[in-house]
Design a protein around this ligand. Structure first.
Ligand code: MCN
Length: 699
């Protein structure tokens, strides 16, 4: 992230020093899993204990150092302070000054299937194919070449059906490098499958930040400035994008608000814990949590409702805007926040909820009602390669697509994005069917195999539709352009006189002079009668590099009942009104929002990777790590507003992480709202019954 960032050497197998529980210290190969397990038991490692760094606080104190060849745990300092004098003036002139500290606890991604790898060397020729449950086969291929020295053109990567990723499979892992290296060395396939517990502490974890946010506001609660500092837990090593994750959120700490002055700093710290990296939202749930919790604190200090404080501060006064530069220096593509809030308040019967809350308070019911709002904005659709270069990101942000008519009129799409549960096959088929006027069932989508799809930058950062899907749409337009030339030639007409409607190219005003696009495809295949010099095929490719990120937004309302006798929190209702621009498949969008919400609710109420001071993960199994089931959740209610993006011709924005970005703050705002009569201002996540009970009794 910075020229002086510390990046300790990181080998697939520890050499002299082990830096976290879960790091590989020896490799055992056998012909069955059972033999391997037995042989691994015979490995005796003679450890000399070193002092561990078991938390961010311990890392910041620097009293013990995670890497003994370093003199500090600090990895980097990253500032984003566009105008320091303006920021200082904002705080000097403020009537209200809010300071809040929040902890983003470490989370274990807990994909449904742990990771697995299988490296298969070709019998001759030196090729090797790695099957890996990865989100990023293309990036993995480049990195295998870079790390092992194997020539890139000898490496193939296939990501078969991947049982959930959520960012945890957006990495380059030691096991992948070892499997390839050993398979090539032995000339035999090498396989490794992670256990559930190994997945918990060997595969990277998410979040892990201490946040301090300060807001300066005038007497009416109008924001004047926002100052943020993060201490971010890198864990023991830098993985693929470890240091960048907190900074992805840096542009969002002013949220959906018009904040004249902004300053952000982040220090990255090494600890003796599992490395952190992207986990659904990656830096953005953390940002929306900080600003949205702080906005509620400001509302209570100013003495207005949480809805009113938001309305007073919306960018563009809540009116529709396009291409607006915000305090964090980014240009928000589009937004229209007031109607989104109105819809969420109406869907949740906000006034009715407030009346019920008052009734319970008046009669002193033991189960108090809490209502929490979160108005989030996210940055996604990663994105312009130039902008990523400005952040020292090691890759571009483009995406590649090929759209090809087969001779019989069916269509093959090759996509560089690599789904692992997002339904790209369905969405991409819809885009192609709409563009080419054909049946979606006549489209097949090929992906996730670098031999079939050699160019791509994969699926993460809710980028697939707004970059990869757009590339497909653009390739379809090029296919129609070429089909028009062929059809015009065959119909002996001027290309400009042809219209493309309902899947056929027809001479305007002469309905009998028409040819279906499938007929054009067959003509391109026989090549008997093409314009002179034209290549005999009907296929086009596009590599799309968007001009800007996309900035989806939404308003979430969480309703909780807090049992003041036990501290137990029950989520009783959840309303989400999201805006991801135009939608391709509303059912998939809704599913993405549902899954995302549950991950954020889980952070608020249940999940934490607990470590002791020695760096042992105390809950690496589903017995102890509390992931939610449907029984803990109400039926989620979703609604949508539509504000098209200006960053791409489809007007779409991503939705894969939206739910997670809005939900933790909404739930925690609801809990603090329920407990406000007790003087409770904040509770740490997860809001366990013990923590809530203590807050009631000690505030
Ligand atoms: N979509 C749409 N209209 C929109 C936006 C999206 O129809 N305006 C559709 C897309 O066509 C696509 C799906 O929604 O089918 C998600 O698209 P997008 O928002 O572009 O996100 P990605 O496909 O890039 O997915 C990545 C995102 C991330 S970053 C995480 S983490 C995550 C998520 O998706 N991990 C998931 N959703 C997941 N869902 C499942 N089942 N499993 C995971 O591991």
């Amino acid at each position: 992230m910075t020229p002086d960032m510390v990046n300790p050497p990181h080998f697939p197998v520890a050499t002299d020093e082990v830096h976290y529980v879960g790091e590989i210290v020896a490799v055992v190969l056998a012909d069955t899993r059972y033999h391997a397990a037995d042989a691994a038991e015979l490995v005796a490692v003679d450890y000399e204990p070193l002092a561990a760094v078991g938390s961010i606080d311990a890392a910041v104190a620097d009293s013990s150092i995670a890497h003994s060849n370093l003199t500090t745990n600090k990895a980097y300092h990253w500032p984003l302070v566009p105008d320091l004098a303006a920021l200082d003036a904002a705080f000097a002139n403020a009537t209200h000054h809010i300071t809040a500290n929040f902890v983003q606890q470490r989370l274990i991604p807990m994909a449904m299937e742990p990771r697995g790898v299988l490296a298969v060397p070709a019998p001759h020729g030196g090729d090797v194919t790695l099957y890996s449950s990865t989100q990023v086969p293309h990036i993995l291929k480049v990195m295998i070449a870079a790390v092992t020295g194997l020539p890139e053109h000898r490496i193939g990567v296939i990501a078969p059906s991947v049982g959930g990723g959520f960012g945890a499979k957006l990495n380059i892992n030691a096991d992948e490098i070892l499997a390839v290296t050993l398979a090539v060395r032995l000339g035999r396939p090498v396989r490794w499958t992670e256990t559930r517990s190994e997945a918990a502490f060997s595969t990277h974890q998410g979040r892990g930040q201490n946040q301090r946010i300060e807001l300066a506001a005038d007497a009416d609660g109008k924001l004047l400035g926002c100052r943020v500092h993060l201490d971010a837990d890198m864990g023991a090593y830098m993985m693929l994008i470890t240091p960048g994750v907190p900074l992805l959120g840096s542009f969002l700490y002013t949220g959906v608000y018009d904040v004249p002055a902004f300053g952000f700093t982040c220090d990255g710290w090494f600890t003796s814990l599992t490395p952190t990296d992207a986990y659904r939202g990656a830096g953005r749930p953390e940002a929306s949590y900080a600003i949205e919790r702080a906005m509620d604190l400001l509302a209570s200090e100013v003495g207005v409702g949480p809805d009113e404080i938001r309305r007073r501060n919306y960018l563009a006064g809540g009116e529709k805007f396009e291409n607006l530069t915000v305090a964090s220096t980014r240009v928000f593509d589009s937004g229209h926040y007031s109607p989104n809030l109105d819809a969420a308040l109406a869907m949740s019967d906000y006034d009715g909820l407030r009346a019920e809350q008052k009734r319970r308070r008046d009669v002193g019911e033991s189960k108090q009602l809490g209502i929490g709002l979160c108005a989030y904005v996210e940055i996604c659709g990663l994105a312009p390669s130039r902008a990523l270069g400005g952040l020292n990101y090691g890759a571009g942000g483009w995406e590649h697509a090929v759209v090809r008519f087969l001779p019989t009129g069916k269509v093959e799409v090759v996509s560089g994005s690599t789904p692992h549960g997002q339904g790209h096959e369905t969405s991409w088929s819809q885009i192609v069917a709409d563009k080419l006027g054909i049946d979606p069932a006549d489209v097949t989508v090929r992906h996730s195999d670098t031999a079939i799809s050699p160019l791509g930058l994969d699926t993460y950062g809710s980028r697939s539709l707004s970059v990869g899907g757009v590339a497909i749409a653009m390739a379809c337009d090029k296919v129609v352009d070429k089909a028009r030339l062929i059809a015009a030639h065959q119909l002996e007409a001027n290309p400009d006189d042809l219209e493309f409607v309902g899947g056929s190219l027809t001479v305007k005003g002469s309905p009998d002079k028409t040819v279906p696009i499938q007929g054009v495809a067959f003509g391109a295949f026989t090549a008997h009668n093409l314009p002179y010099g034209m290549e005999p095929n009907l296929q086009e490719q596009v590599t799309f590099d968007p001009p800007n990120f996309a900035f989806p937004f939404g308003t979430h309302v969480a309703v909780v009942e807090v049992d003041e006798e036990t501290g137990f929190v029950q989520l009783v209702d959840y309303i989400a009104v999201d805006d991801c621009g135009n939608q391709i498949n509303p059912l998939i969008v809704e599913g993405q929002v549902h899954g995302g919400i549950v991950q954020g609710v889980a952070q608020a109420l249940w999940e934490v990777a607990s470590y002791d001071a020695e760096g042992n993960c105390k809950n690496p199994s589903m017995l102890d790590y509390l992931i939610p089931s449907p029984a803990e959740l109400p039926s989620l209610k979703t609604g949508f507003t539509v504000t098209p993006s200006t960053s791409n011709p489809l007007g779409v924005k991503g939705v894969g992480e939206a739910g997670t970005i809005g939900s933790a703050a909404a739930v925690m705002n609801a809990i603090c709202d329920a407990l406000s009569p007790y003087g409770v201002k904040d509770i740490a996540m997860p809001a366990t019954p013990q923590r809530v009970w203590e807050a009631i009794h000690t505030s």
